[in-house]
Design a protein around this ligand. Structure first.
Ligand code: AHR
Length: 495
């Protein structure tokens, strides 16, 4: 395409900071996310620290993982945390009723998770059990993890080998309360939330607890409205939103052997995030014009049919260049809405759905989505620079979606970062950014792309898709002209 799209840089005096927590992750007791993923046990030959794989810790630290949500998802509303503390041989086994009906021996519990977060340098985000748990159980969990003084729960923690409290700041009050978390109505859940939140204390130890309400399913704006209307704002730190990019819940399509039509439909569903965030934010603005309550997109990502031959309850899927494009475009949406979106969690971190890491026994690979998150980590805690442009269109079978996605920020060292995605599966796109006001003189760039959308990193060829230097741009007198190849994600750095 010869048409050039002009991008204007807007005044950024009042622009928000892009919270690093937008780049968060999610680990559920589901398939091989925890067991056989993060956690192999301390008797494993795979190098580990207290049972947690060292290679995964290293890879996630390189990603600058800011937070990790656990233990679910749907699993969270069946999870009783006291099953997962104390000597491992005494822990009860349970059945994971949501995910494959497998036996769960509780060998990975609260200490294992919170110590792992310390290894990762990530903030833990605990999902409390509202669906089948009690207020007392959740209050006890908070005392166990956060209280420094003498009390029944902090004494129990010490007895189990941990002196200092972990100081957990982020707490979810249930998960998908409209579905697997209890099939509640919004009104009923708002009352449950108020009750649970009343008894939650941070024991003066976190510098401010963030209590997060189980949010809407995609476009259920009434859910958000009911919570915002009925929960006093001083009890509400964040409101969740869940949205998966899915073609059709009854026929999700293959992870690798997909057609351009399926690619288009996946991206159409992913880009709906722009509308969702905008409209949920408008509802929140009505009740909270000062934007004190965070929007937390605590589950997002692509959901395809499971790989042939794998347990349908384990949600194992491969991760191709399609996923890289999806991640790049979604993260740009979150960056551009950083005034309200303060946290997001990709589903899920290891071996489940749109994973950044896949493992096969001792082998571990990073996926194209991992590389995008790593390239974009430069936006973490940087100041957003608002932009304005009209995207060219990606046209497929008479239907259209925007082809170009972009966000810009300035980090604490003054470096400018521009992340750009060309979603179009066939055509390159040319853009021209008016960079005069950004101050940077020199630009360098890296790109992630592939020869086919369906390509992926395999255990045999783990570095097939990795970022490389990109030279397809010209820096001319305050204007940056960039030709973005089809289905590619790039990040430019200006200094
Ligand atoms: O991420 C998989 C599942 O999707 C989660 O357990 C649930 O919250 C959502 O429906």
């Amino acid at each position: 395409q010869n048409q050039v799209t002009s991008v204007a840089i807007k005044n950024s005096n009042d622009a928000p900071t892009i919270s690093k927590h937008i780049y968060g992750h999610f680990a559920e007791h589901l398939g091989h996310c925890i067991y056989g993923g993060f956690f192999v046990g301390d008797t494993s030959k795979i190098p580990n620290t207290n049972g947690v794989r060292n290679d995964i810790v290293k890879a996630l630290k390189e990603l600058k993982i800011p937070n990790l949500r656990w233990p679910g998802g749907c699993f969270a509303d069946t999870y009783h945390w006291k099953d997962g503390i104390g000597p491992k041989e005494n822990r009860p086994t349970i059945v994971n009723q949501w995910w494959g009906g497998v036996t769960e021996d509780n060998s990975f519990g609260t200490h294992d998770f919170l110590n792992m977060c310390e290894l990762l340098g990530a903030e833990p985000y605990l999902s409390g059990n509202v669906g089948s748990g009690t207020v007392q159980e959740l209050a006890d969990w908070m005392q166990y993890t956060n209280f420094g003084g003498k009390s029944p729960m902090s004494d129990l923690r010490r007895k189990n080998g941990r002196t200092e409290p972990w100081k957990v700041k982020y707490w979810g009050i249930g998960n998908e309360a409209w579905g697997c978390g209890g099939n509640m109505t919004a009104d009923y859940y708002a009352n449950e939330y108020r009750k649970f939140a009343t008894f939650m204390s941070d024991w003066n130890n976190t510098g401010g607890l963030i209590k997060i309400a189980s949010g809407a399913n995609s476009s259920d704006y009434n859910w958000t409205e009911t919570l915002m209307k009925n929960i006093p704002l001083n009890m509400l730190g964040g409101v969740g939103v869940h949205h998966y990019a899915v073609i059709d819940w009854n026929k999700k399509g293959a992870d690798v052997a997909f057609t351009e039509k399926e690619y288009f439909l996946t991206m159409q569903s992913a880009l709906k995030m722009e509308e969702l965030v905008t409209k949920h934010a408008a509802v929140m603005d009505k009740y909270d014009p000062e934007k004190k309550v965070a929007m937390i997109v605590d589950e997002w990502g692509a959901w395809y049919d499971v790989q042939k031959g794998t347990n349908p309850g384990f949600l194992y899927q491969q991760n191709t260049m399609r996923d890289a494009v999806l991640a790049g475009a979604t993260l740009n949406i979150f960056n551009n809405h950083a005034d309200r979106v303060k946290m997001a969690n990709l589903a899920q971190c290891v071996n489940v759905l749109q994973a950044v890491i896949l493992t096969d026994k001792a082998k571990m690979i990073t996926t194209p989505t991992y590389h995008v998150m790593k390239m974009y980590s430069v936006h973490q805690d940087a100041k957003l620079i608002p932009i304005e442009f009209t995207s060219p269109l990606y046209i497929f079978n008479g239907q259209t979606i925007p082809a170009v996605s972009m966000s810009v920020s300035k980090d604490q060292k003054g470096l400018i970062h521009i992340s750009l995605v060309n979603i179009d599966a066939v055509n390159k796109n040319k853009i021209e950014i008016d960079t005069a006001s950004l101050g940077a003189q020199k630009y360098t760039a890296s790109i992630i792309t592939a020869s086919k959308l369906q390509e992926y990193n395999s255990f045999e060829n783990p570095d097939k898709i990795v970022p490389v230097a990109f030279k397809g741009f010209e820096n001319k007198k305050g204007k940056l002209e960039i030709t973005i190849p089809p289905f590619s994600v790039l990040v430019l750095e200006g200094k």
